[in-house]
Every structure is written in C-alpha cells, then in structure tokens.
Design a binder for this molecule. Structure first.
Ligand code: XBP
Ligand code: MG
Length: 257
C-alpha cells in the first residue's frame, strides 16, 4: 500500500532550472565575472547536482578563470547571491508549478496519502516555491522535506531519499518517487524506491530506463496509484511505459531549446 509520494523539486514540482540559470548569470555579471551559461551549456552542467558543485565543476572542467579570492568562499558568496536572485523570481510568480502538480498534491492529500519532498536545492528555495505557488500553509502539507544541504552526498546518491524515509519511518516500497532527471531517478532507485519520471525541459534527453514509468503529459493521481499497484505486483520497466508517453517523450525532445 502506497503511504507516501516523495516529490523532487527542480524540474518536477516546477520548471525551475531556467530561473536558476538566469539567476546564476545575473550573479556572475554582478561579480564582474565573464561567465555566462547558455541553455546548452546549462544542460551539460546539470549533470552535476548542486549549484556550488556545478560552479566548481565549471572552474575545474571548463578551464575558466576562477573568481578572485579564496575559491570555495567565492563560490559560496556567488551561490548565496544566486539563491537571493532566484527566490525573487519565484516570489514574483515567474516559476509556476507544472501542469497537474497542484491537483495531484491536493488529490493525494484528499486520499490520505502522505506527501514529502526530496530535493538537491536548499530549504529556502523550497519554502519560496511552495509559498508563492500554493500559499504560506502549503509547507505543512509535507510530512518530510529533505534538501541537499541536509545530507552528505547529493543525487544520484540516495542520501536525501534515505533521510526522508527515516523521517517518514517508512520502507522504500511504501513510497513512490516523482522525478524529472536521470540523477533523481538514480537517487530514488539507489534508495530502493520505485520512480515515476516526468521529463522536464532540461532533462528530455536523459535515460529514464530505470524508472517504473515515464509520463509526459500531466500527472494523474489515480494513474500513479495504478502504477504503484503494478510495481508492487512485480510488473516493472518497459511494459509500464504508456505508448503515448513514449511517443510524447520524443515530441518533448523537440521542445527542449
Ligand atoms: C536539481 C539541482 C539543483 C538546482 C539548483 O535539484 O541539481 O542544484 O539545479 O539548486 P533537484 P541549488 O534535486 O530538486 O532536481 O543552486 O540550490 O543547488
Ligand atoms: Mg529535478
């Protein structure tokens, strides 16, 4: 019996990565750094989870000049400023929830299914998104909120999902994860949790073969429940990917800029 749905945030609850990218670039410009991440740069950089880790990877692997001063401290300062700029975009309503997410959250609550969050981003970004899109009380809808800065290793490591399972006091098979990226699907699978993948603008080319199902139109609570029953009856993998989802997956690839 599925007791909880565990949601990723970036790319899942909302298409946030474009707002993150623009906030990174604004922070770089303010710091007079000649760094500017295009959409195709950012798609590659998203293979590294965590904004600070992503900037470090950019310095170490893309051969750009590091910011002045002590490197790690400079990255922390840049990331803190990026987070402020991002939160301002969210508060301004520029990062709405994905289609079907609000209905899914409300229907799950109406059916007594617990909600939780397992994300790489910071708690302040989660709170900003929930408040801007669902109201100040929405943070209380979630029985557990696990964030990247709460655990030792970020996705695709299972740490944040294991942290959420501990907090919920549930077994992996009592939950389903909703994720948008390969890193996220791997993190949930590494924690033993079945995953519904909903590819996002920046993850359309990711490999979702480890997901129990791939959904490309709006998520539906009953479809997820149906999936959970199938997963628990041992049916997994290819025969759970709705033919339309596979076709639409191809279509989605066409929309990623
Ligand atoms: C995806 C990430 C995050 C975001 C940016 O998170 O990898 O790093 O890109 O957020 P999720 P921060 O697990 O929710 O998909 O800069 O706060 O890290
Ligand atoms: Mg994500």
């Amino acid at each position: 019996m599925i007791v909880a749905l565990i949601f990723d945030v970036d790319g899942t609850l909302a298409e946030t990565e474009e707002a993150h990218r623009m906030s990174f670039n604004a922070a770089f410009a303010e710091a007079s750094l000649d760094w500017a991440w295009s959409q195709s740069d950012y798609r590659k950089l998203l293979r590294v989870t965590g904004g600070k880790e992503r900037m470090l990877h950019y310095i170490e692997s893309w051969g750009v000049a590091p910011p002045q001063g002590e490197r790690d401290n400079a990255i922390r300062v840049l990331h803190a400023r990026k987070t402020q700029l991002y939160a301002a975009r969210v508060a301004a309503g520029d990062v709405p929830l994905r289609p079907g997410i609000e209905a899914l959250l409300r229907t799950a609550r109406d059916h007594g299914v617990n909600l939780a969050i397992a994300t790489t981003t910071s708690r302040s970004n989660v709170d900003a998104s929930l408040a801007a899109n669902l109201g100040q009380d929405a943070v209380n809808w979630f029985a557990a909120i696990g964030c990247g800065d709460m655990v030792a290793r970020k996705k695709p490591a299972p740490d944040v999902y294991e942290e959420v399972l501990r907090h919920l006091r549930l077994r992996p098979d009592e939950t389903i994860a909703i994720e948008d990226s390969w890193n996220g699907v791997q993190a949930a699978r590494n924690a033993g949790i079945a995953v519904v993948a909903i590819p996002s603008l920046y993850s359309a080319d990711d490999d979702f073969s480890d997901a129990a199902a791939v959904v490309t139109d709006s998520l539906c609570f009953h479809a997820i429940l149906g999936l959970a029953r199938k997963v628990q009856s041992g049916r997994t993998g290819a025969d759970l990917i709705h033919p339309d989802a596979r076709k639409a997956g191809e279509a989605l690839k066409g929309t990623g800029s």
